[in-house]
Design a protein around this ligand. Structure first.
Ligand code: ZN
Ligand code: MN
Length: 459
């Protein structure tokens, strides 16, 4: 019996680098409604124009390579990948072939699967095409946009795992501050093969957006389970939600790569690498481990918080002044829930006011119930929790006589529940507890209420 998995998936991911100007010319990378306005002789491929490499792209690529544990090459080249298509004014794309920025490296998935990388290189984006009935519109604003291409080994085994891989990748890119998911694109070519067809490799080209990548793979996997499969390149129609045959698969050799004589080889010195290494922040797995092992935070809380840079920074700021375990628990459970509810981002919340809220929680000046309500409201609209608690008298009811009176009243008003409780029905106690919570408006500590109810019912 073979131990080979049923499904094998590999990805070639293209990530738009967060840079001000294009890869080989000074044109801006700013998104623009008006087509063909951010162009110059270089990105339009006019004869005689010479490309000028944006060094920041090399920095970003080396940064990502180091973060993923890849081997950076000491000397890199740019090559011309020739093919005929209207999105390439020059008749070739400037990319890297023979010696990329880096090889090897890996990404560890939450499932524990380690996905190896083959290579990481820099290349320019071609122009974008819009097909309209019998015509095709070309926008060269995209031509020359700096991309990183990351090629994985075929080591993912389901579309969900491909999504996990992309999630982890996006987290690292955001930590490194080299990708802006709101402005930059992510597109992929995905290859997928299944055991049933002796792993005949099918490639799906140009899937735009990381959610679409999972969708396209899910569809293609199902198609292969039902239909015959030939080695080919397919496209992805996101509207119809299906892949379609494009052409028989071309080999890399068909592109006729040649070294680009206009761009001199670039030396990547050890000094340069050391300089870039200094700009890499503490990465998510290391952060999560530190939160868990040194600060004592629950392992899942630590992982969730470290996976989101903004949340991690907020956590670190708050944990410097409050109990880290408590802060982590509240951020992961309550803050994320509240953000989700109001469709807000971590950075929308006033950290100073969260400080106040944690002070109130830690000093037990408010109950958890009130704290939850305040956090929900704080996410919606900023205010001072301390002031709010004072103004609306939301502080904890410490007066035991008052709580006792509330318990007595509830017991007197709910004889049926009391009888049920005496017959041994635990649910009845929850019912009475809920009633006391309601009349004390969530301001009495739940454990105090519970204790008093039990004592009063015993008599
Ligand atoms: Zn240009
Ligand atoms: Mn490419």
């Amino acid at each position: 019996m073979s131990s080979k998995p049923d499904t094998i998936i590999g990805l070639e991911v293209h990530i738009q680098l967060k840079l001000q100007s294009k890869l080989f010319c000074p044109c801006t990378t700013k998104p623009c409604e008006e087509p063909n306005t951010h162009v110059c002789p270089i990105c339009l491929g006019h004869p005689g124009s010479k490309p000028l490499l944006n060094k920041k792209a090399v920095e970003a690529a080396v940064k990502l390579a180091l973060a993923l544990g890849a081997k950076v090459n000491a000397r890199i080249h740019f090559s011309r990948k020739s093919y005929f298509y209207p999105d390439l004014a020059k008749g070739y794309q400037i990319t890297q072939y023979e010696i990329p920025v880096a090889t090897e490296g890996s990404v560890l998935l939450p499932s524990g699967n380690m996905v190896g990388l083959t290579r990481l290189h820099i290349e320019e984006d071609p122009a974008s095409l819009t097909h309209k009935e019998t015509t095709c519109l070309i926008d060269y604003n995209r031509s020359g946009i700096p991309l990183i291409e990351l090629v994985t080994k075929p080591e993912m085994h389901s579309p969900e795992e491909a999504r996990e891989f992309l999630n982890e990748l996006i987290t690292v890119l955001q930590y490194l501050d080299i990708f802006d998911p709101t402005a930059g694109i992510m597109k992929a070519d995905a290859n997928i093969s299944i055991a049933k067809h002796k792993y005949t490799r099918v490639e799906i080209k140009n899937i735009l957006g990381f959610k679409e990548i999972e969708r396209a793979l899910t569809h293609e996997m199902k198609r292969q389970q039902v239909h015959d499969v030939v080695r080919e390149t397919r496209g992805w129609d996101s509207v119809a939600g299906q892949t379609y045959s494009m052409r028989a698969k071309e080999e890399e050799a068909d592109y006729g790569y040649i070294l680009d004589p206009d761009i001199t080889p670039i030396q990547i010195t050890q000094e340069f690498i050391a300089g870039v290494r200094k700009t890499i922040p503490e990465l998510p797995p290391v952060k999560a481990q530190r939160y868990h092992q040194i600060l004592g935070v629950d392992a899942t809380d630590a992982h969730v918080i470290a996976s989101d840079l903004a949340l991690a920074l907020l956590f670190e700021e708050l944990a410097a002044h409050h109990n880290p375990v408590l802060v982590a628990r509240w951020l992961r459970r309550e803050l994320l829930r509240a953000l989700n509810l109001s469709n807000k981002k971590v950075t929308d919340v006033n950290a100073q006011h969260l400080h106040e809220l944690f002070e109130l929680i830690e000093e037990k000046k408010i109950t958890d119930k009130i704290a939850q309500q305040l956090m929900e409201e704080l996410v919606k609209k900023d205010f001072s929790p301390k002031q709010r608690v004072q103004e609306q008298k939301l502080g904890v009811v410490a007066d035991e006589d008052l709580i006792k009176k509330a318990c007595r009243d509830i017991i007197a008003q709910n004889r049926q529940a009391v009888e049920d409780y005496e017959k041994g029905e635990e649910k009845a106690l929850h019912f009475l507890f809920g009633k006391v919570m309601a009349v004390t408006k969530g301001k009495a500590q739940p454990d105090v209420i519970k204790k008093m109810l039990e004592e009063l019912l015993k008599k």
